[in-house]
Each structure stands twice: as C-alpha cells, then as structure tokens.
Design a binder for this molecule. Structure first.
Ligand code: PHE
Length: 404
C-alpha cells in the first residue's frame, strides 16, 4: 500500500502535542505545590495523600523524560510482539495498518516504544508522536493522528515506601489472574499502582478542562495491561472516551529487564483532547495552513482559554468514478488511493453501485467522491484536475479498467 505523504502542517499538531506535554509537566509541578499547601493546611490530608503527591518530584529533576522525536517507522516486533499482541490478532491486519514491508510499519500507537524505553533503564517517560491507522476519513478520523504515551514504574520501595508498615508489603506473589490483578502481582501492589494511575490522569484532565469536570472509569481490555481502563469525560452532554490505560503486564516488564518493578501505562489521543478543549469540529482542520485557523491558537500563555471560531463551511463538489475491477481488487486499496492522491480535499468516498456485466462477467464499481476545502471554495477546475489524477492512479496502480 502507498505510504502516506506527510505535509508540513504536521507541525501544527506537533505544536499541540508540545502544549499538552508542557501542561503535563506543569501538572506535576502543580501536584508538588498542592502537596506543600496540603502539608501546611491539614496534617491528616497530608498523610493520606503524601505518598502519591510526594513522588512527583525527584531530587529537583523532572520525573518524566519526554520523547517526541522517535521515528514512526517501527518493526512489527516493536509494535505488536513487544506489547504481547498475539500473532493472529486483528490489529495486525494489512487493511488496518500502513506496512512499509513485511517487517516494518508506521506505528499505529505510541505503545510501540514502551518496551525499548523501559529496557533503556527509564522509570518514567512520556512519548508523543504521529501514529497511523488505515481507517475511514470523517470528522473524527484521519489516517494520521498523534498520541501521548505515559509509563511509570515503581520499585518496591517507591510504591510502599511511604505507606505505614510498607516494609511488610510485597510487590509479587504466585497467585491467580482475577479481574482486579495479574497472577504475579499482590493485590496491594496492583491497587496502589491503579490508584496512582487514576489520580494522575484525573489530575491531568482536570488541569486541561477545569476542576468541575465530571469523569468516569470504564473497564476495558488491552493485551499489554491488566486491569485496563478507559477514562471518559462528560462533555457537551455526552461521555467521551479520552484515553486507554492500565497496570502494565508483568511479562512485558520482565522481557524489558525490569522484572523487579511494577508499573502503569496510558495512551491518549492528542487531537481528540484538543478538539474538545478548543471546540474544533473536524480533525482534518489540524492539517490546515490557513492563517485564519492557525492564528486563533497563537496565544501568549498556553493556559489562556481558546474557543475556535468556525469559518464558513462550503458545499462539497461531487464527482463519480466507475470502473471494471480486476481480480484481487481490494476496496480498501482504492479508498486509500483516493485519500493519498486527493489528500485533504476529500470529504467522503462511498460506493454507490456494483454490478456484474451479464456477458463479460466483469464487475463494475461506482464510487461517489465528495470534494471539499475547509478554508475556501474549491473551483471546478481544481476538482477536475484532482479527479483526473485519481482516475489515472486507479488505472496505473490498481489495474482497473476505466469507464470514465
Ligand atoms: N495503545 C493503546 C491505544 O492506542 C492505548 C494504551 C496505551 C492503553 C497504554 C493502555 C496502555 O489504544
């Protein structure tokens, strides 16, 4: 499959990633600050929260190392095997991923880097980067978006050090896997890690959306965490899922050479959060180079609230394309070709007719392509020229026989 060409406007999204990265670190400082305040105000509250809040500072150095330059070209081993995704798992499918060849693909999640960074000796890190999924394109899906991954490991001392009688507690046992914990973890360790994870993430989204934000946890499944959760926030009258997370599978840590530690991990979609935060109605707007769009986010202080001012939305221009398909034709390949050639002016591609010719037995496919531009009206000439390129590419790359 063709590999996506990435336009320079990625910079815009990377900017968001940076902003969220900064907010995340600020949040950690903020936690340390709260810890001091609570310490002054109420000894009892301090005792209850101390062992969670105190851990956010470490001898004056930032606790989390930030990685935002790791290449999106990863091996299947990094992306799938290292995070315990079984060999026959659906997420490995060619239709859903951008494979470069048999053993490399553009990462579909930032979890591809978990094992390597743990192996390098880090206890706490954040990874932000572009991730790629072959998916339909609509208001909330685009084949490239950005994630932030967070991982935090705890030694026995780090997890239990400040708990009263903590020296008596153990991280590991030879137990059974139950909904609350993995077979290797003690319930105390699993629960403390889960609690630290949840309060860290709730503090993060409250920093972004305000203290009054309503949140809830939903149980879910990931091959690399157990137990696993999704965080949902109440926004615009509905519950929106903003991230996945959980207690890291001990087998992953063992293979990464950290079998004496336990940890949590989370992954969140940056565009999703930014869309909610700024009221951006369409994920494709992150690829806009339009001054009217970009200038809205140029503020002196990242914490300054920004509400996106929508500009006029124009009617799409519609063009149809019909062709006889060759044997082995995959619809996903055609949809992909349209996206690649048409880049950001494709609003929608949908099949509207398929029939078999009674004599020749050849199959015809007809698709309707809606072209649009977010910031200005497309001319008929522009659409015709892009449509022609799609026709040519379909013939050359997919071997279809045009009925143009
Ligand atoms: N990688 C998961 C995703 O892309 C998110 C995740 C990260 C979940 C880390 C758990 C732990 O959906």
């Amino acid at each position: 499959p063709p590999v996506l060409t990435i336009k320079t406007s990625t910079l815009q999204v990377v900017q968001f990633a940076k902003i969220l990265g900064v907010i995340f670190q600020a949040n950690l400082k903020w936690d340390a600050h709260v810890n001091m305040m609570v310490n002054k105000g109420s000894r009892r509250l301090y005792l209850l929260r101390n062992h969670f809040y105190a851990k956010y500072t470490q001898r004056g150095n930032p606790l989390f190392s930030v990685y935002d330059y790791l290449s999106p070209a990863t091996t299947t081993e990094q992306t799938f095997d290292s995070v315990l995704i079984p060999n026959d798992h659906v997420t490995r499918r060619k239709q859903d991923n951008y494979y470069i060849n048999g053993s490399y693909l553009l990462r579909p999640h930032t979890s591809s880097h978990q094992r390597d960074l743990v192996k390098s000796g880090l206890d706490a890190f954040l990874v932000t980067g572009d991730v790629y999924r072959r998916d339909d394109i609509d208001r909330s899906h685009y084949p490239v978006f950005h994630q932030m991954e967070g991982v935090r490991l705890f030694s026995k001392h780090a997890l239990f050090g400040e708990v009263k009688g903590g020296h008596m507690l153990e991280l590991f046992e030879e137990g059974r896997r139950v909904p609350e914990k993995q077979e290797r973890h003690t319930l105390e360790a699993a629960k403390l890690v889960e609690h630290d994870l949840k309060q860290t993430l709730v503090a993060l989204v409250k920093t972004l959306f305000g203290e009054d934000l309503r949140t809830r946890w939903v149980d879910c499944y990931f091959p690399f965490t157990h137990p696993s959760f999704e965080l949902e926030i109440w926004f615009g009258g509905e519950w929106l899922e903003v991230l996945g997370c959980g207690v890291m599978e001990q087998e992953l840590l063992r293979r990464a050479g950290a079998s004496d530690k336990v940890g949590w991990a989370f992954g969140l979609g940056l565009e999703r959060l930014a869309m909610i935060l700024y009221g951006i109605p369409d994920i494709r707007m992150f690829w806009s180079n339009d001054h009217g769009f970009l200038s809205q986010f140029r503020v002196d202080d990242v914490n300054q609230p920004v509400k996106f001012q929508p500009f006029q939305k124009y009617e799409p221009i519609v063009r149809d394309i019909s062709f006889w398909i060759p044997s082995g034709f995959e619809r996903a390949d055609f949809l992909d070709l349209v996206r690649t050639v048409g880049a950001d002016v494709i609003e929608e591609v949908a099949i509207y007719d398929e029939f078999v010719h009674p004599k020749t037995k050849k199959t015809s496919n007809s698709y309707r392509i809606k072209y649009f531009q977010l910031e200005r009206l497309l001319t008929n000439e522009e659409v015709n020229s892009i449509h022609k390129k799609i026709q040519d590419a379909a013939v050359q790359e997919l071997g279809v026989e045009g009925r143009f």
